[in-house]
Design a protein around this ligand. Sequence first.
Ligand code: DAH
Length: 370
Amino acid sequence: MTDLAALEADLLARIAAAPAAAALEAVRLEALGKSGVVSALLKSLGAMSPDERRVQGPQINGLRDRIAAAIAERRSVLEDAELDARLAAGRLDLSLPAPPRRKGAVHPTMQVMDEMIAIFAEMGFALAEGPDIEDDFHNFTALNFPPRHPAREMHDTFFLQPGPDGEQKLLRTHTSPIQIRVMRKGNAEVGAPQFEPYRAPPIRIIGPGRVYRCDSDATHTPMFHQMEGLVIDRDIHMGHLKWTLDQFIARFFELEGVVTRFRPHHFPFTEPSAEMDVQCDRSAGQIRIGEGDDWLEILGGGMVHPNIIRNCGLDPDQWQGFAFGLGVDRLAALKYGMPDLRDMFASDTRWLAHYGFSAFAAPNPATGLS
Ligand code: DAH
C-alpha cells in the first residue's frame, strides 16, 4: 500500500522547489494528470470494498485537494516573481530625449479668416452663415439673376442630381446667398408674398464660407473661400462702403494709407457696382501691396439692388445698404506670399508646415489681434 504521508511530503517538497512555471506543470502532471500518481489512487477507490473506501476515500481526496491547493499557490508566487522580473528588466529610461512630436499648424486660409473676422468684429459686424449646398433661389434668383442671365453660366456651377421633387440643388458659387438668408426668414417659401426678415434692420453682418466653381488654374481652385459683407440701414451710401473697405485694407495689410480705387463693374445684385483695386508693385516677380503704380483687384461690392431688398420682404424706399464680397484665399496668398492657390488645398503637409501658423498665434475674434 502506498504511504500517503510520504507521497504527500515528497510532492509538496517538489512543488515548493519548482523554480518556474514549466517545472511546476511537470509536477502537476505527475500527480494530477491523467496517469498521475494521485489520479491512480483516486481510480483505485473504485475497486475497494465499501469499508476500505470509507477509510481511504477521505484520505486520498484530502491528499488530492492539498496538492491542488499547493500547486495553485506556488503558481501565483511564480507568476508574481515573473512579473516583477519583467518590470525590473523593462524599466523606463527617463533621461532619454523624447522623440520629436508632429505638430499641427493653422491653415493660412483659416488664419486669414480669423484675422478678417476680428477686424470686422471691431467695426461692429456680426457673424452669419449659410449652407454650402444651396438652391437656385438663394444663389441666383433672389440675387436678381434673370432666368437665362449669362452670369449663371459664367459662374460655372456644380449642380447636384435633381431630388425626388425635381429640384436641382447646387454648390453655392458665392457667399452672396448669405445676404438673402440673413434678410429673409431661413426657409420661407420661394415666391411667398410675405417674409419676415430673419434679422430686422439695421443689419451689419459678415458671412464667411466655402464656395465652389468649376475652375482650376494657378489663381483659381474649384473650392475656395469668400467673405460676404452686408449693411442695411436707412441712410447708407457708397461713401460708407468705401470707408469700411479702406479701413479693412489698412488694418489687414497693416499699412497706413494704402491707395485703393473703385472701378465701375456689373453685378446683378448691386447698383451701382464696383470692383476695388489696391495699389501694388509687380516688378520683382512678386506682388507688393502699397507700393508701385500697378493695381490688383481684390473684391467686388456696391449698393444693394432694390430688387434684393424687395425679394427679402423689405421696402427699398425705406431700407438701403451696401454689400461686398472678398476672396479669402487670395488675400491670404497676397499677405503671406503664396504663389499658387492650388497648393493651398493639395493636402501636402510639407506645404502646411512651411506656410501654416502656430495655433497660439491665431487671433481670437473675441479679443482682437493683439
Ligand atoms: N458674389 C460676387 C462674386 O462671387 C462677389 C460680390 C460682388 C459680392 C459684389 C457682393 C457684391 O456682395 O456686392 O463674384
